[in-house]
Design a binder for this molecule. Structure first.
Ligand SMILES: [Zn+2]
Length: 322
């Protein structure tokens, strides 16, 4: 039977997910990044677009999976035989296999997200700029994660389109996919931020940051792995529900962590979305988190005079003008 590479439903759902992710992300970047930094952010995001597919087809499938097979043959030969025979219960019976699959994406994807930035920083002009003007590390990480996440949407659409049960589904039947993918576009950046904020602080701290990002990624994926393993005797569907709730809590906590890293980690306190001058009272205030976001403007309250008004998204007060 012949399948298209991406079913029409997956193509529409993926496009919708990309539009929502961009609509949420662009105002955050416009408000939280420094003006001279935006070219960087776009370049990093674009560089990351093919990384999910590259990680999967050039690293995980040809290198990592054969390595896992070797380990399984050496330490759990029963599971290796069950896997070769496509036994659907093999994950539930082999803790080693479940553990290997749990670390596969975190190991490869966190390296794929940090790698291009590390390479870019070998070039002295970029290196100087990145470390000189305190560089706003969290927006850099979010741009990396957004690019990776957008590319991953299409990778998963291609993989998902091969399943017989999705043929003929309407696109809105994939709303779970859309919501999950939009959240993951943010989560990828929030996890990699833990490594990005350590850049320039010595090899030990960068390594610790990278391991921290990988550990967070394992923690995020854990309920999904447990669902495949049908762990603790709980049904797979229950684990899927737990995984969704867990991802939401995880996202919320990671936003708080990122806010803290963005505000604190460069010495002086700063608001997450930057500071602007109020068009009404002409005083400088820290942009509040609550507001209506458009790519070019925000409807928000001035922290000084209390006026609710539209303020240009990029109306940022440079740090030296405060
Ligand atoms: Zn005001």
């Amino acid at each position: 039977m012949h399948h298209r590479v991406v079913t029409e439903s997956y193509a529409i759902a993926s496009a919708v997910a990309c539009v929502i992710a961009l609509a949420l992300a662009v105002p955050v970047f416009a408000a939280s990044s420094a003006k001279g930094q935006r070219v960087w952010l776009v370049a990093l995001a674009v560089t990351q677009l093919p990384m999910a597919a590259l990680t999967f087809f050039a690293v995980r499938v040809p290198i990592v999976r054969p390595l896992w097979s070797r380990l399984l043959e050496a330490f759990d030969p029963d599971a290796a035989r069950a896997l070769a025979a496509h036994d659907p219960d093999v994950l539930a019976r082999s803790p080693l296999l479940a553990a290997l699959l749990a670390i596969e994406a975190p190991l490869t994807e966190e390296l794929a997200k940090l790698g291009p930035l590390l390479l870019a920083l070998l070039w002295p002009p970029l290196r100087r700029r990145f470390f000189a003007d305190d560089a706003r590390r969290v927006p850099v990480a979010l741009a990396i994660g957004l690019g990776f996440g957008l590319g991953e949407i299409w990778l998963l659409a291609v993989i998902g389109s091969g399943a017989p049960e999705v043929q003929g589904l309407p696109w809105y039947a994939l709303s779970g996919f859309i919501v999950e993918r939009v959240m993951v576009c943010g989560l990828h950046g929030l996890m990699t931020a833990v490594a990005v904020v350590q850049l320039g602080r010595g090899a030990a701290r960068v390594t610790a940051g990278l391991l921290g990002a990988m550990a967070l990624h394992v923690a995020l994926n854990l309920p999904i792995v447990l669902s495949h393993a049908r762990a603790l005797g709980v049904a797979s569907e229950t684990w899927t529900m737990i995984a969704t709730l867990w991802a939401q809590v995880f996202l919320f906590v990671m936003i708080l962590v990122a806010r803290w890293m963005h505000v604190r980690r460069d010495g002086k306190p700063r608001s997450f979305l930057g500071d602007v001058r109020c068009p009404t009272c002409k005083q400088v205030y820290a942009r509040p988190l609550m507001g209506v976001n458009l790519p070019w403007a925000r409807y928000e309250e001035c922290g000084r005079c209390g006026t609710w008004q539209w303020v240009r998204a990029s109306d940022e007060v440079a740090d030296d003008l405060k």
